[in-house]
Design a protein around this ligand. Structure first.
Ligand SMILES: Cc1ncc(COP(=O)(O)O)c(C=O)c1O
Length: 347
């Protein structure tokens, strides 16, 4: 199967496996694992932050960040379809005790006006303290869309003026940076804390980074222990992270070009895709416009040997390009997908 379900499908390359095999290791909990320490330093510098901590997953990184920034009963402001709102099992409430105020965005982005309205204290509507703003770049549910820097700067500036802490769910931050041709720190350095996932486009088997100011990351270490995420010889996986930072960042542009080729080919074949919305490695396909249900469409595609996946939108499926998808796969999927869907549904 040509697996376009998610960029989490990547398996470690031979080069990454060699880096894993050769990794120097120690006790990570005691901060004595040299490979973990090296990755943390590299990641902090890349993200324009003082310090970083290595964690098993991006979900844990987001959840720890929320605990750092809010007290139980405080409000988290985030875009309505953000990962922290819809895909983390209510962790913002369960772990940090935060009330989520979900703001409807466009392409995953919210405006200064929306933020100010949401954070404004009002004795009539809400007396909870708005404590933290979490943004997502690239934004998963909108199809891997990026924040233009000027819009980001305006919203972060407004958040600071409102006294909010700011967190970036940058699980796919490096896709955003590569797509826009800007340094990751130019995006990530503006936030109080930043999550970066290593197991998506970067191709590691697991792992994530939470970066921020030195004092925040010290507090994050305590939370890491509390979450059961403090590990031992974790250098085995951290070495994969450092390898990925050296070898798998610039190549994200290949994933983006392949997503664009798929979108163009499917659009040319009459499928309902909007190539203008393809900014990184996702292509969204509105199978409802073909008169097909999502499960039916995914089933037809699977029979044809192509894996796509569901999205939060009830009629939309997505394809995601990644390290394990080459040009041949894209060429084949470019014709297999329209063939598989042709003649089915109402259209
Ligand atoms: C934007 C975003 N944030 C966080 C996560 C969570 O990543 P993990 O599966 O490593 O917990 C994901 C996973 O898909 C994601 O897309």
């Amino acid at each position: 199967m040509i697996d376009l379900r998610s960029d989490t499908a990547t398996r470690p390359t031979p080069g990454m496996r060699a880096a894993i095999a050769e990794a120097a290791v120690g006790d990570e909990q005691k901060r004595e694992d040299p490979s973990v320490n090296e990755l943390q330093e590299r990641a902090a510098a890349l993200l324009g932050q003082e310090a970083a901590v290595f964690l098993p997953t991006a979900t844990m990184a987001n959840q720890i960040a929320l605990k750092l920034h809010g007290r139980p009963g405080d409000m988290l402001l985030a875009e309505r379809d953000a990962h922290v709102v819809i895909y983390e099992y209510g962790g913002a409430a369960a772990h940090a005790g935060l009330l989520v105020h979900a703001i409807p965005g466009v392409a995953g982005r919210i405006t200064v006006e929306q933020l100010e309205a949401a954070a404004a204290p009002s004795t009539k509507v809400a007396d909870q303290r708005a404590a933290v703003l979490a943004l997502e770049d690239t934004h998963n549910s909108s199809g891997g869309r990026c924040w233009p820097l000027d819009e980001l700067e305006a919203v972060i500036g407004a958040a600071r003026a409102l006294g909010l802490a700011t967190h970036l769910d940058g699980a796919r931050l490096l896709n955003a940076a590569v797509a826009q041709g800007i340094a990751p720190a130019a995006i990530a350095g503006r936030f109080d804390t930043v999550t970066l996932c290593l197991s998506k486009g970067l191709g590691c088997p697991l792992g994530a980074i939470l970066a921020g100011r030195g004092d925040a990351i010290e507090r994050a270490w305590r939370e890491k222990h509390l979450f059961g995420g403090a590990m031992r010889q974790a250098g085995i996986v951290a070495a994969a992270g450092t390898y990925a930072l050296d070898n798998h960042v610039e190549r994200l542009a290949d994933d983006h070009a392949r997503a664009r080729r798929l979108a163009d080919a499917w659009g040319d074949a009459g499928l309902p895709v909007d190539p203008a919305q393809v900014e990184t490695n996702f292509v969204q396909l509105d199978v409802g416009a073909l008169g097909l249900g999502v499960s039916e469409a995914l089933g037809l595609l699977r029979e044809a040997g192509v894996g796509l996946s569901t999205t939060i939108h009830p009629t939309v499926v997505r394809a995601v390009t990644h390290l394990d998808v080459g040009d041949d796969d894209v060429d084949r999927a470019a014709t297999l997908v329209p063939q598989a869907l042709e003649g089915h549904g109402r259209a």
